[in-house]
Design a protein around this ligand. Sequence first.
Ligand code: DQA
Length: 340
Amino acid sequence: MGKRLLVLHGPNLNLLGEREGRQGGRFADLDAALTARATELGLELKVVQSNHEGVLIDTLHAERSRLEGVVVSPAGLFGSYPLMEALEAVGVPAIEVYLERLGDRESVVAEACASTIEGQGFHSYLEALERFASGDLAGELTDEEEEEAEEEEETEDEAVEAEDDGVVDAAWSGDDEEAGAPEEKGKTLGRRGKDIPREKSLAVRSSGALARAADAPAKALAPSGGNRKTLGRKVEAPAAAAAPSKTLGRKVPGAQGTPAANFLTRALVRQKIADRLAGRLTPAELAAWARAKWAEVQRGGPAEKGYQDMLEDSLLTLSALPASKLSDSQLVDMMTRLEG
Ligand SMILES: O=C1C[C@@](O)(C(=O)O)C[C@@H](O)[C@@H]1O
């Protein structure tokens, strides 16, 4: 059984993609991407979003005995002492993530986390999953060290399994049953200690205007098309950033509500990619849809004004065979480029 992680999304993230000036796709897209990546990495996820500090804390308390890690996205609660103390109290290793860069903001929650990953849109979260999968929570091991750690962990897991003598963990159901705490399998998994340097020092800075999306445009998320192997690598927030598209999160004329079936919009393509990431479409079905849609546009079918080239390019990429060649993270990148 894979590591069990809790992903905690803080206030307003449920409106991701619907608010202006924010990067990234929609909240549902993020969840789809997380689920897909977790499956690939063999992780079990419980995902909770709340606009209430207390609910996030209660969730941590309730789930603590079943957790091997927490990915916490505090959003506006970055300065929450109660959340920080709850993380410390439950003693489960945590990684803090932000879609955007923190800029002038000082995170208190970081005090209870092994590392902070910021400014990489969805990839901040995906990187956190990868770090939990590799056990390198601070993201500082070299590739070789990582391999060694993985081998070591496999050996330990085998030993634990042998010890367990067939006892199966309680199902990951999110119910209230207090499963016996998986008394640490030897690993502290980056539980914050003096030996684990925090990846980023979120130095105390004077509070000021919040560094918003301008710090981290969608384009900075990842090199397009590239095979981005971030596993265990130290992540730096993109240093220089171009101005964000002002259309982020705005409704596209003609694309409001359910787009007409034959009207090609970025939202429609994003939706199809999200369906594929969530397993509602197979790679072949997505490719077939993209091919048909591309052909339709060639015959003069309508497409979202100002984005026809981008849409055609995306459809061509999606329709390329074998469709399965596109990795989840490439799909997420594409989705991000198609935000609107
Ligand atoms: O929506 C967001 C994005 C954010 O949560 C982030 O992850 O960068 C930071 C929040 O302050 C802001 O409201």
